[in-house]
Write a protein that binds this ligand. Structure first.
Ligand code: AMP
Length: 221
């Protein structure tokens, strides 16, 4: 079992980068944020427990996150290659992920740290719009839909995530900055960390990561 982690602040482009890597390498995209939003949407017990933390821009307790991820790994028979997005976010989550992978004879191969200045993250999040039907991402300035409020792909209605409001964005970025240093240091010490400049276009970040995952010449044999 192989696994990579996409580490980065809200707005760093983890979701878009994950889409690109999924298309190129077939990694299974595991986004704890998406899993939680789905649980909230379905009104499950996990959703009820998580919702107040998410609305406030705070971290959902480690116990809930650990359970979610383990259930997913237990139910997945493919022995897939995993790409974790927005997980782990705390040191206890990082330790639990290691234990989880080890129990399945797997390991973490790389942690890609998507790095961008805070002002850019704020403007990306404030302008982000998402299709309620297919989940496609847009931006009011950078990635405009052809018709205002309507998805180009499926004609679905675009909405703003409630936690992308200006006030909650600032809390989320502060929460992220509080914990990021520990994780960056932890994975740096284990020589797993690769820093990626994600202030550029998403395809540039994907290309950088692809060159690490598939070094030049790797296709020749
Ligand atoms: P995201 O879509 O990754 O920005 O996550 C949205 C929200 O879900 C976060 O602001 C947290 O409230 C919660 N969340 C997602 N992943 C985690 C995690 N690994 N640990 C704790 N909370 C999380």
């Amino acid at each position: 079992m192989q696994a990579i982690v996409l580490l980065g602040a809200p707005g760093a482009g983890k979701g878009t980068t994950a889409d690109g890597l999924h298309a190129e390498f077939g990694f299974l995209h595991v986004s704890t944020g998406n899993m939680l939003r789905e649980a909230v949407g379905k009104g499950t017990d996990v959703g009820h427990e998580a919702e107040p933390f998410m609305q406030a821009g705070k971290l959902v307790p480690d116990k809930i996150i650990g359970r979610l991820v383990e259930e997913l790994l237990n139910s997945d028979e493919s022995g897939a290659r995993y790409m974790f997005d927005g997980y782990p976010r705390t040191m206890p989550q990082a330790d639990r992920l290691d234990a989880c992978l080890e129990a399945r004879s797997g390991r973490l191969n790389y942690v890609f740290y998507l790095d961008a200045p805070r002002e850019l993250l704020v403007s990306r999040l404030a302008g982000r719009r998402i299709c309620g039907s297919c989940g496609a991402n847009y931006h009011l300035v950078n990635v405009k839909p052809k018709m205002d409020g309507v998805c180009d792909r499926c004609d679905g209605k675009l909405y703003q995530r409630p936690d992308d409001s200006e006030e909650t964005v600032n809390t989320r970025l502060n929460v992220y900055e509080d914990m990021a240093c520990d994780l960056v240091e932890h994975y740096g010490q284990r020589s797993l960390l690769r820093r990626v400049d994600s202030s550029r276009r998403p395809e540039d970040a994907v290309a950088d990561i692809a060159s690490v995952l598939r070094p030049p010449g790797a296709d020749r044999e």
